[in-house]
Design a protein around this ligand. Structure first.
Ligand code: ADP
Ligand code: ADP
Ligand code: MG
Length: 661
């Protein structure tokens, strides 16, 4: 077996490969760019090599530097992950020449399958159903229009070298066809250095369903069931699951058999994926073959119980598959959600910055989290914005879906924008729950883009109750502290008026051991929780149902995030509520230039002085309250304009500690 594997990648997939290599007792070498010297994959590997500047073209795509890293560390095999050099035949050849194993297929298979026109020809010959339209690349607009009319609109103009959803345009008439050719071609030229485009039939309202295969060098090829990846945005996958809620066993077998035939036709070895587009009548058509490990491979691992990375390594080392097609069993249901550093509210614009808080949900038998970052990591402009994958697993689709929803509620990220609220909203979407999927799902269901504020809370009682409990706790603390400091009596009311989405509810809250008892208009509820103030996740059980709500203070309100909904909830005592009703609506003051004390407490220390520059995530001050030390950190880079409090001082909630320039 290999002694040392170099992973020519970064992020979650590098970490994922390192995990299996370690379990197999194989040494690992990470490579990194200057932007990644302290990245998680570097930390996890036994050894690491700096291979160039931040720009991928000069580091992760730099074959010479990676070859040098291999020679310097004595690695005897390379796992390429996905993206970067994973489908680069020249890299696989360079390794072959150097006598180093490539953990993937032979260069010839990569070359044939990397070209969408070539691979379609091979597929056709192997008896695989292909999308109508199998002419070659079109040279100009006139040829494109001619091909489109021969196939019949709508058509898809597609880059031969395409990948990652780039270089693709739908056309419904001649004019769109001419325009689409121009755009697809120039996009492909920029992304892949190859502007060739071909035309094929556009399948309306399709599903994307793909078959995972494994093939060894002895000629054994098996398929490991399908993954449905129809939830896409701009032809890029967002949610994947296995099995597909759409396939019956006959279609599965037919697709699997064709995928195996295609793999055999190119002498494929290692793990690979044959992608199909499936129409509403379950006709399926070959799209492309990905000659590498796929982002969404974990859902297949969950339902088959196989470790695909382990098998890729064993096969590259010359081992044969220890099982045949009949031994492959599909059990249960798995779902994967891709967590991206992007802002769904701003048309999914990638977001960069430092992760000032990063707490993924806890893993167990029903939950796996593949992550590539940790608290303090910098999300830079240089790489893909995908930072983690959440994978849920259960006996049924509905259980896997609710498990995922819970995990997303628990995922706490601060410092960059992220799409967790969007993913949670998808999990709660009735059409998604019914499994009525199509690649147009997101475009159809969120035509104006995604707005967290537009998602109606699925359980208002839960949110109202939670806000009341949280507020009561804060009041209790404030009262105790002022009692301690000023020798006054502690006074906490138990009755509150909760204002959420313009509606007022009266709630009474009683604190007891292990939770709260509440009385609402709709009845009494009990909440079990050991939440403590300042914790960003308010979690526990209400009426036997587990919940997790993210809490953030937003001016005088609490911002609660749950199941994709985000609401600002105001909790007042009844007298304030009466007065509040008479108040003109006022905008919250802009406090972004100030560091405010999040709670009443003691300023233990100040870590900065006037005029000092600070970086996002850097410690600014420590505030102690009720024996808890709270480190306050910079949310963004800046310069301290003024220090407004002294260490040793007692602070009121929202008291200004620092002012930024
Ligand atoms: P998957 O089917 O595994 O999700 P994708 O097509 O989404 O595969 O690509 C996975 C990753 O690889 C993405 O980060 C994508 O940007 C990158 N990628 C895919 N194909 C290419 C390519 N030809 N050139 C560069 N990057 C690519
Ligand atoms: P990439 O290499 O970028 O992954 P694919 O050929 O796999 O490109 O297509 C990506 C996605 O684009 C598919 O999952 C599907 O949503 C859509 N797509 C591609 N070809 C067609 C087609 N002929 N008809 C309808 N949708 C298509
Ligand atoms: Mg694809």
């Amino acid at each position: 077996m290999f002694k040392k594997i170099l992973i020519a990648n970064r992020g979650e997939i590098a970490c994922r490969v390192i995990r299996t290599a370690r379990e197999m007792g194989i040494q690992t070498v990470a490579v990194c760019s200057e932007a990644d010297t302290r990245a998680l994959h570097v930390e996890m590997a036994d050894d690491s090599v700096l291979i160039g500047p931040a720009a991928a073209a000069e580091s992760y795509l730099n074959v010479d530097n990676i070859m040098k890293a291999i020679a310097d560390t004595g690695a005897d095999a390379v796992h390429p992950g996905y993206g970067f050099l994973s489908e680069n035949a020249a890299f696989a050849k360079a390794l072959q020449k150097a006598g180093v194993a490539f953990i993937g297929p032979k260069p010839e298979a990569i070359t044939v399958m990397g070209d969408k026109i070539e691979s379609k020809k091979v597929a056709l010959k192997a008896g695989v159903n292909t999308v109508p339209g199998d002419g070659g690349a079109v040279e100009n607009a006139a040829e494109a229009v001619k091909a489109a009319n021969a196939i019949g609109y709508p058509v898809m103009l597609k880059a031969t070298a395409g990948g990652g959803g780039k270089g693709m345009r739908i056309a419904r008439n001649d004019e769109e066809c001419r325009d689409g050719l121009k755009r697809a071609s120039s996009e492909a030229e920029t992304a892949f250095g190859d502007g060739r485009v071909f035309v094929e039939k556009y399948i309306e309202n399709p599903r994307h369903i793909e078959i995972q295969i494994l093939a060894d060098a002895a000629g054994n090829t098996v398929y490991l069931g399908e993954r449905e990846c129809s939830i896409q945005r701009r032809h890029q996958k967002v949610i994947e699951e296995a099995p597909s809620p759409f396939l019956d066993s006959d279609t599965r077998r037919a697709m699997g058999t064709q995928a195996v035939a295609l793999a055999e036709a190119v002498g494929y070895t290692s793990a690979g994926t044959v992608e199909f587009i499936v129409d509403q009548d379950r006709n399926f058509y070959f799209l492309e073959m990905n000659t590498r490990l796929q982002v969404e491979h974990p859902v297949t691992e969950k339902i088959t119980g196989l470790d695909l990375v382990e098998w890729m390594i064993r096969i590259a080392d010359g081992e044969s598959l220890s099982f045949g097609q009949d031994d492959v069993q599909l059990n249960g249901w798995a779902m994967e959600a891709r967590v991206y550093a992007e802002n769904p509210l701003r048309n999914f614009m990638p977001s960069t910055g430092r992760l000032t808080a990063y707490r993924p949900p806890l893993e167990d038998d029903s939950l796996r989290v593949d992550t590539g970052v940790s608290e303090g990591s910098e999300i830079s402009i240089h790489y893909d914005p995908m930072i983690a994958k959440v994978i849920s697993y259960a006996a049924t689709r509905d259980q896997a879906r609710t498990r995922m929803a819970m995990a997303l509620d628990e995922f706490h990220i601060q410092g960059v924008e992220h799409n967790i609220g969007f993913l949670a909203a998808l999990m709660g979407h009735p059409r998604f729950a019914e499994g009525r999927l199509s690649t147009d799902f997101i475009a159809e269901e969120y035509p104006e883009g995604f707005q967290a504020q537009d998602v109606t809370p699925d359980d208002p009682t839960l949110l109202i109750s939670a806000a009341a409990c949280i507020h009561r706790a804060y009041q209790e603390r404030a009262s105790m502290i002022s009692g301690q400091i000023q020798g006054r009596q502690r006074i906490v009311s138990d009755d509150w008026v909760v204002l959420m989405n313009g509606e007022e509810s009266t709630v009474s809250v009683t604190l007891r051991d292990g939770g709260y008892d509440l009385s609402l208009k709709s009845g009494r509820v009990a909440i079990e929780t050991n939440w403590k103030m300042g914790e960003p996740l308010f979690q526990g059980e209400m009426e036997g149902q587990r919940f997790c709500i993210q809490v953030e203070r937003s001016g005088i309100a609490y911002r609660l995030t749950h199941a994709g909904a985000e609401v600002d909830v105001l909790v007042m005592n009844p007298r304030t509520a009466e007065l509040q009703a008479l108040m003109p609506v006022k905008k919250a003051p802009d406090t972004s230039k100030f560091l405010l004390s999040p709670m009443p407490g003691l300023l233990v220390s100040l870590s900065v002085t006037k005029g000092q520059g600070v970086k996002a995530g850097e410690e600014l001050a420590v505030v102690e309250a009720m024996k808890m030390e709270n480190v306050l950190r910079a949310e963004q880079d800046g310069v301290i304009a003024a220090v407004k409090a002294e260490s040793g001082e007692t602070l009121a909630v929202d008291q200004v500690i620092l002012e930024f320039e």
